[in-house]
Design a protein. Structure first.
Lengths: 250, 219
């Protein structure tokens, strides 16, 4: 646990914290602080057919467990990984069907290393069809973990998505290749920058309020921002708004 | 009953998945004449290999297929983004958690004719949409993007789904194909339930009792 990190924070600022934190390991610590979970793992599969082929993994699990996991090649057995790279909805680990004796032994070994009694995983993907899995594990009994996380799952999914973007952009593939916003997204952002709310924009563009909010959310997420204000700042600084012919004020 | 099948659940549902591919070949290939690839009487594409979630309407023994739809998160590869990209670069580029696409929505008219003749195509389609709405709500999806043929508009309306049309494209099949989105929230769910005449959830247990009440409401 990071020194000085609060044990429990207002979950609505998890996104904000993760969006501005560029160090992946610190992101994992923040996740643990906010959710009061013990450990977090980000696991990027190298390709869909070979999820276990020298994957990119970041975690704050104890080094002894990570070493053992690698040594025993548990990635081939780990039911969380097997399911996580073959699903799209997030899942709690108590939903996993543990059938083989290998799987039972794996979980017994994990328990013996105090990795927690319960867990929650979020499958992630991007437009290039890169797959990743973000997981939290906890010493809480499964039912208590559900109680803690159930109300904040959308927040967790989005924040985990930011981690994936950071790994892809900063750590793994060098500099970000440049975010491309669609004309509609640029239009909506530009109107917010002029002080219009989504209801006014929906009237101007002849769309529903909900649709406008979807374009704004999509623009914000593509820019890796936690708030619309940040998204406008980032789009302005990077010239996306200024240079676009879809900016209604141009 | 309605079930969702993710990639990791496909091995124990191979027969249903195969029936779905065959139904899609019949509906989208033969009936609607869409430009889809049909091999051995089955329609499947790249997006079926991108970890989709299928929402399937089947019987308790999982032997009959009544309908299906394919769900994909817009953060990953999606059919509508790719297919409509040239025609509508602005409209269909939505990509964020909570925004998903639903494609290849179809119902099996033959199965209804044989097993549930009281359920017409319109009712079947509306119930598929309602089950889709419930599935979305349950899985933190707040917006569904979908494609449909122009005549299908009236079915969305009959189902009470507040459809926002985003555009339509020619050159996809015999007729133009439209794309639209609908918001998924408690309000949409209530609106759809009252439009269709269903009072409680479709996602659990046997829906035959509810179907009877739907039929009464429709009569």
């Amino acid at each position: 646990m990071e020194k000085g990190a609060p044990r429990s924070c207002d979950i609505s600022s998890l996104r904000l914290t993760i969006a501005k934190e560029n160090d992946i390991d610190r992101c994992l610590e923040w996740f643990c602080s906010y959710t009061q979970c013990n450990y977090a793992v980000y696991h990027l599969g190298r390709s869909r057919s070979h999820i276990t082929d020298s994957p990119y993994v970041r975690t704050n699990y104890p080094a002894s467990w990570v070493q053992r996991y690698l040594l025993r090649n548990y990635v081939e057995i780990d039911p969380v990984v097997q399911r996580g790279f073959n699903s799209a909805f997030p899942f709690y680990w108590d939903e996993l069907k543990i059938v083989s004796s290998q799987e039972v032994e794996f979980f017994q070994d994990a328990m013996a290393h105090n990795t927690g009694m319960s867990g929650f995983s979020i499958p992630l993907c991007d437009k290039a069809n890169r797959r990743a899995l973000f997981s939290l594990s906890s010493e809480y009994p499964p039912q208590l973990l559900r109680k803690k996380l159930n109300g904040i799952i959308p927040e967790l999914i989005e924040a985990a998505g930011f981690i994936h973007q950071k790994v892809i952009a900063d750590t793994f593939f060098g500099e970000p290749s440049g975010v491309s916003l669609s004309p509609r997204e640029i239009e909506c952002l530009s109107w917010v920058a002029c002080g219009k709310d989504s209801t006014s924009i929906s009237i101007i563009l002849g769309l529903s309020d909900h649709t406008v909010r979807d374009y704004l959310k999509s623009a914000r997420f593509k820019l890796g921002c936690a708030t619309i204000a940040q998204a406008i700042h980032k789009a302005t600084v990077s010239g996306i708004l200024e240079n676009s012919s879809h900016n209604p004020l141009k | 009953m309605f079930v969702t099948i993710e990639t990791h659940e496909q091995p124990e549902n191979l027969d249903l998945i195969d029936r779905m591919y065959r139904l899609r070949a019949k509906v989208f290939g033969s009936e609607l004449g869409w430009d889809v690839s049909v091999v051995n009487g089955r329609e499947a594409d790249y997006y079926d290999r991108c970890n989709p979630v299928y929402l399937i309407w089947t019987d308790a023994g999982k032997r009959e297929l009544y309908g299906s739809v394919r769900l994909l998160p817009t953060t990953g590869p999606t059919l509508l983004y790719d297919v409509f990209h040239d025609t509508f670069p602005g409209e269909l580029s939505l990509s964020a958690p909570g925004i998903w696409e639903g494609t290849r929505l179809c119902v099996n008219e033959d199965a209804f004719a044989h097993r549930m003749p009281q359920v017409g195509k319109k009712t079947a389609f509306c119930l598929m949409l309602l089950a889709l709405c419930e599935t979305a709500l349950k899985n933190h999806i707040h917006t569904l993007i979908s494609n449909f043929e122009p005549p299908t508009r009236r079915l969305y309306r009959a189902a009470g789904a507040p459809l926002q049309e985003l555009g339509s494209s020619d050159g996809y099949g015999r007729r133009p194909v439209c794309a639209g989105l609908f918001p998924v929230d408690k309000r949409t769910l209530d609106q759809m339930r009252s439009a269709i005449g269903v009072e409680s959830t479709l996602l659990v247990a046997d829906i035959n009792d509810r179907l009877r009440s739907v039929m009464r409401a429709a009569a």
